[in-house]
Design a protein around this ligand. Structure first.
Ligand code: GLU
Ligand code: MG
Length: 634
């Protein structure tokens, strides 16, 4: 979540009073940045990854694993030893939502040369070793997307009880406030989301119905005052706190584009890949100690930060609120930004008309104006007393306030004021993988995709409503093998907004568009299918063949692509599937959808030894003796 400002956070009632102030100055700040850097052209593409980690304690004696709530201290130690001692330190560490989480990125962004693909895994390895070296003896660093027993009794170290009744920010029946990062930003977000919404957040995930799972599956919550009984849906795993969502880990990639036009083009193109790559990275099948029927975290986080009131959700007529809002703040994007995308913008877009007009009057084009005016239908969720009155010329906190709490699949990022940084886009849907090898593979795959998109001027756009349908399919159990996704067939005939901003307008709104895409499996999208689609891996291979790459780097890249290829074909399992099989085969598992402490312990032990390279796992990672250079040009 980036760097954090210190200070005294305001409660919801006070924050609300400043909502218009924050929005008004946020727009001024955006315009100031825009006007200063709209013409900026950089010639190199920079990029970087973000990996989120959990700190875990292995209690071998009791055969239990717990989340260790000392992320704050670990972070401080890592920063002291790292960036604070040496500005060129190869890693950077940042806080994350859980007090059992930390986030790591490379110290410097990667550049445009091919050989840098060969350093990604090495840097991730450095991060893992660096962070591991400051942990206590029985603790370990895990890159798992969701902790299977998050919110189960005694899941933290030290142990804390949730405080549903007394004062607290979550008021969860399951998730103690101590598991939230101690920086005030996180507890303030948690409390203000709940207050703005007017009730606790509600997360219902379908349970996986195994042979012995009670049917209907209905839980009793002894400490419930009635809210949980009303909110919990039968046959679902019920959760009631932001931590169940934002306490999950992901893998993100940020790109710096050469210009604002290129950033907008990449934003749109990558948006179509979000559901596909999310399904390919599926790694979170378990919630609150149960086996669920979903494989990805997305919908869980979405519900976990849904601050919309009943009016905004359409459950009551609009009285005190301004808008009916169709999605949570954490959700898929609602409009394309490039001129090519214009004709595919078919999602109902709620915008703040006044802000939209202000932006248009200031010379911003319609597509960008509506994007910002859509983000700005939200209220600020956290505001610090000391940060209310700002210098709009040189600061952007109010803009960032709303920008950084619109957690969408893609994020379009203007440069910070007075910096050398360019226009960036962030790719946010991926689940974090168990090993540095896999995380590198997914990251390199996405970066290579951006290279071919830009070099071959490819066009993957389909109506945005179809991308949304894909998002729903992508989260389902085993979507990677059974899901069908809308995908564009002819990716070579699109327009190029970087060179010719007017071509979309010339094409106009045509109905032929309907034939541009069709339903495909992930295997078809990634590996291709005769007569349907060429396949992304064959396209990447073709690109690689035409690039000068040293043998070693080529070998590394081909190994990564091999992983992606085999995950897509089903030859290798996703993490989600692998975890399901592990639980299913566990001697203590009773086919009742319950993940016991012992199952969780054995699972995470196994994960740990695979992540450390002590144990091989061919069904997940493939065979390391496999020659990547053989049979890649298909
Ligand atoms: N942990 C969140 C996720 O899994 C992302 C938080 C962030 O934006 O850094 O999507
Ligand atoms: Mg993060």
């Amino acid at each position: 979540m980036g760097l954090l400002s210190q200070g005294s956070p305001l409660n919801w009632e006070e924050t609300k009073k400043y909502a218009d102030h924050v929005r008004k100055h946020g727009i001024v700040q955006f315009l100031n940045i825009y006007n200063k850097v709209k013409e900026r052209q950089k010639d190199v593409l920079l990029w970087g990854d973000e990996v989120e980690y959990m700190l875990i304690e292995m209690d071998d004696k009791n055969e239990k694993v717990r989340l260790v709530l000392n992320g704050g201290e670990v972070l401080e130690t890592l920063q002291d030893k790292g960036e604070k001692t040496n500005p060129n330190h190869p890693t950077l560490w940042r806080p994350e939502y859980g007090s059992y989480m930390i986030e790591g990125t490379p110290g410097q962004p990667y550049g445009g040369t091919m050989s840098e693909f060969n350093t990604v895994e090495d840097n991730m390895g450095k991060r893992r070793r660096e962070a591991s070296s400051v942990l206590n003896e029985n603790e370990t660093l895990a890159t798992i997307t969701s902790f299977p027993r998050l919110g189960c009794p005694g899941f933290t170290r030290p142990e804390y009880n949730p405080t549903p009744v007394e004062k607290g920010v979550s008021k969860s029946l399951f998730f103690p406030d101590e598991a939230i990062n101690r920086h005030p930003r996180f507890s303030t977000l948690t409390r203000n989301i709940r207050h703005r919404r007017g009730e606790k957040v509600v997360i219902n995930v379908p349970i996986f119905k195994d042979k012995c799972t009670p049917s209907p599956f209905i839980e009793m919550f002894p400490e419930d005052d009635g809210e949980a009984a009303r909110a919990a849906v039968p046959d679902h795993i019920y959760m009631d706190a932001m931590g169940f969502g934002m306490g999950n880990c992901c893998l993100q990639v940020t790109f710096q584009a050469c210009s604002i036009q290129e950033a907008r083009y990449l934003y749109d193109q990558l948006a179509t890949f979000c559901p596909i790559v999310m399904a390919l990275s599926a790694a979170s099948p378990f919630y609150r100690g149960y086996v669920s029927d979903i494989d990805c975290r997305w919908g869980v986080i979405s519900a976990s930060v849904d601050d919309r009131t009943r009016e905004e959700r359409g459950l009551e007529p609009l009285k005190t609120n301004k808008f009916r809002i169709l999605k949570s703040r954490y959700d898929s994007i609602d409009s394309y930004l490039s001129s090519c995308g214009e004709k595919y913008n078919d999602i109902d877009l709620t915008i703040d008309e006044e802000i939209n007009k202000q932006l248009l009057d200031a010379g911003i084009d319609n597509l960008l104006a509506q994007h910002i005016a859509h983000l700005f239908i939200r209220d600020p969720l956290s505001l610090f007393q000391e940060k209310i009155h700002l210098d709009d010329e040189n600061e952007s906190d109010h803009f960032e306030n709303l920008q950084s709490t619109n957690w969408q699949t893609m994020r379009f990022k203007p440069p910070p004021p007075n910096s050398e940084i360019g226009w960036r886009v962030e790719f946010r849907p991926m689940e974090v993988q168990l090993t540095d090898f896999e995380n590198s593979a997914y990251v390199v795959f996405i970066v290579l995709l951006t290279r071919v998109i830009l070099s071959y001027k490819l066009d993957f756009l389909i109506p945005l409503s179809k991308v949304d349908e894909n998002m729903k399919v992508a989260q389902k159990r085993n979507a990677v093998q059974t899901g069908m996704f809308y995908f564009r067939k002819d990716i070579y005939k699109g327009c190029n907004p970087v060179l010719d901003g007017s071509s979309a307008a010339q094409n106009g709104l045509d109905n032929e568009g309907d034939n541009d895409y069709t339903l495909m499996s992930i295997d078809t999208i990634i590996n291709g299918k005769e007569g349907v689609f060429q396949g992304l891996i064959p396209i990447l291979n073709c690109y690689l063949e035409n690039m000068e790459v040293d043998v070693d780097t080529r070998c590394t890249i081909l190994n990564y692509l091999k992983l992606i290829k085999r995950r897509a074909s089903g030859e290798l399992m996703t993490m989600a599937k692998w975890m399901r099989e592990f639980v299913d085969k566990h001697p203590e598992y009773k086919q009742d959808s319950v993940i016991t402490d012992k199952i969780n312990y054995d699972l995470l032990r196994k994960c740990d030894s695979i992540a450390k390279g002590d144990e091989r796992c061919p069904e997940l990672l493939g065979d390391p003796t496999f020659d990547p250079l053989e049979g890649t040009s298909d």
